[in-house]
Design a binder for this molecule. Structure first.
Ligand SMILES: *[C@@H]1O[C@H](CO)[C@@H](O)[C@H](O)[C@H]1NC(C)=O
Ligand SMILES: *[C@@H]1O[C@H](CO)[C@@H](O)[C@H](O)[C@H]1NC(C)=O
Ligand SMILES: *[C@@H]1O[C@H](CO)[C@@H](O)[C@H](O)[C@H]1NC(C)=O
Ligand SMILES: *[C@@H]1O[C@H](CO)[C@@H](O)[C@H](O)[C@H]1NC(C)=O
Ligand SMILES: *[C@@H]1O[C@H](CO)[C@@H](O)[C@H](O)[C@H]1NC(C)=O
Ligand SMILES: *[C@@H]1O[C@H](CO)[C@@H](O)[C@H](O)[C@H]1NC(C)=O
Ligand SMILES: *[C@@H]1O[C@H](CO)[C@@H](O)[C@H](O)[C@H]1NC(C)=O
Ligand SMILES: *[C@@H]1O[C@H](CO)[C@@H](O)[C@H](O)[C@H]1NC(C)=O
Length: 395
């Protein structure tokens, strides 16, 4: 991630946290001891972990599982680095995690899921919970065991009540949003037929789109990720059988039609990660022509805005068939310079949260999950939306 964006995200998260200091819910980490038996390790060999807060009342038998996000590592050097920080090792993680937004236990802040069993799956494999490989050259040992971590966590949760779930929702943001697309069918297969299983991808709809110089930067990045982490065999068979390059099935746009449970796609059409890494990666802007625009959309040249709009159109085109033909699907594509809108309280459900057609994200997701209303919303192009919480251009 860009340093600048990383700093901005830290500032935003500090502001967000500061805002809810009074009644914030901290949840303890649970290490998955049985993971060792199936070789399900974090990059550095530490045990994987999750945080669970129990449901109660009418939600006592409903389960929300959320994949933590945090980018990827797709070569030995970046994975070796990652193995030494919290992104690749539970040894370096905070043991208490704040549950807010869709994970909040307060009906005022999270009207539909507050009383469910809520679980946050910690991300320590660098491959969206879907790799299965190992690197060992005698001096350096790295585990790429995301798929086994997913399996170990599910199997640990089963006897804790997941096997009796009435309703279930698999969610996640960013690399975790991608994980929720990739594991949606598998999650459904783990659970009884009678369980209502649905999936939510937040800021995980990474487009297979060329950058401003028409290089396929993201495609190349994902291809290296798939190869390094042994991901291909864990991608959906129906999808990999249908494409000439099976590795492409890591992109949600190709996988979409093969996902069986009802799916909700929550994304900004101007997602800041995609803007900074897919449309205008550093490699495509060596002279920094986009620097000011990347920090503040108001500083963008009309030509740059034009390219951003074209990216939005490309996203909507990739979603066309889902938008029109998926009767059980939900969509919330707003036009904010955002990234991850279900996890922090201010974007999920608060008086000034982002809205479309007078509905917040929490209300739209709830309408979809509980079938209260059709829930497919697509925003007008930037800058028409005045409800955004933008990560760039003033928070
Ligand atoms: C978290 O778990 C540790 C170890 O079990 C325990 O010592 C600590 O008190 C717990 N913290 C909270 C806030 O529950
Ligand atoms: C829920 O949030 C509201 C508003 O922030 C607060 O007044 C109330 O005490 C909270 N309830 C619980 C159970 O934490
Ligand atoms: C193992 O790989 C690491 C990272 O590529 C490298 O620094 C190290 O020299 C290698 N060790 C051997 C014995 O090849
Ligand atoms: C679940 O559904 C599948 C396919 O519809 C069916 O083959 C299977 O027998 C069902 N399992 C149970 C336990 O009902
Ligand atoms: C995927 O393939 C299996 C057979 O391998 C088939 O039963 C299933 O219906 C397919 N699913 C989709 C969504 O195409
Ligand atoms: C929706 O499905 C119908 C029937 O399969 C198909 O003809 C049509 O092209 C689809 N529409 C979109 C936008 O994909
Ligand atoms: C918007 O929603 C609020 C609360 O849900 C409601 O009070 C208000 O009347 C709605 N406004 C419009 C224009 O629909
Ligand atoms: C259902 O959604 C439509 C379109 O967004 C909206 O006009 C309508 O008011 C909603 N109905 C209810 C009961 O919320």
């Amino acid at each position: 991630m860009d340093l600048v964006l990383a700093i901005l995200l830290v500032i935003v998260s500090l502001l967000t946290r500061g805002g809810m200091c009074g009644d914030r819910l901290l949840v303890n980490m649970t290490l998955v001891r049985r993971a060792a038996a199936i070789g399900a390790y974090c990059l550095d060999g530490s045990l994987p972990a999750y945080h669970i807060h129990r449901g109660f009342g009418a939600g006592a038998r409903n389960w929300l599982l959320q994949f933590e996000g945090g980018g990827w590592c797709n070569d030995i050097a970046s994975c070796a680095e990652r193995a030494q920080i919290r992104r690749g090792s539970t040894r370096h993680m905070n043991k208490l995690e704040t549950f807010s937004g869709i994970l909040s236990n307060n009906a005022t802040h999270n009207p539909d899921f507050y009383n469910w069993n809520r679980v946050k799956l910690r991300y320590c494999d660098g491959g969206s919970f879907v790799g299965d490989a190992k690197f060992n050259n005698g001096t350096l040992l790295l585990y790429f065991r995301g798929q086994r971590i997913w399996q170990a966590i599910i199997e640990d949760l089963m006897p804790k009540g997941l096997r009796f779930a009435k309703k279930a929702l698999l969610s996640g943001c960013s690399a975790g949003g991608l994980a929720s697309y990739l594991h949606c069918n598998n999650f459904n297969n783990y659970l009884p037929n009678a369980t209502a299983v649905k999936c939510l991808g937040d800021a995980g709809f990474f487009l297979d789109s060329p950058d401003i110089n028409l290089y396929h930067t993201q495609r190349t990045f994902f291809q290296r990720l798939v190869a390094l982490q042994g991901i291909q065999k864990n991608l959906d068979d129906n999808c990999t059988n249908s494409l000439s390059d099976p590795k492409q099935c890591i992109f949600p746009q190709y996988l979409l039609r093969y996902i069986t449970p009802p799916l909700f796609i929550l994304n900004s059409a101007y997602d800041v990660y995609q803007f900074h890494h897919i449309l205008v990666p550093p490699s495509a802007d060596l002279h920094g022509i986009w620097n000011r625009c990347k920090l503040n959309p108001k500083a963008c040249h009309p030509d740059q805005i034009h390219l951003l709009h074209a990216f939005r159109v490309e996203m909507l085109t990739a979603l066309r068939s889902f938008l029109f033909n998926s009767s059980r699907g939900g969509v919330f594509i707003n036009s904010c310079f955002a990234h991850c809108q279900s996890e922090s309280q201010d974007t999920w459900f608060a008086p000034d949260s982002p809205q479309m057609h007078n509905e917040t994200i929490a209300e739209s997701v709830g309408d979809w999950y509980f079938g209260r209303n059709v829930s497919k919303k697509v925003d007008c192009p930037y800058p028409c939306d005045t409800t955004c919480h933008n990560l760039i251009g003033g928070v």
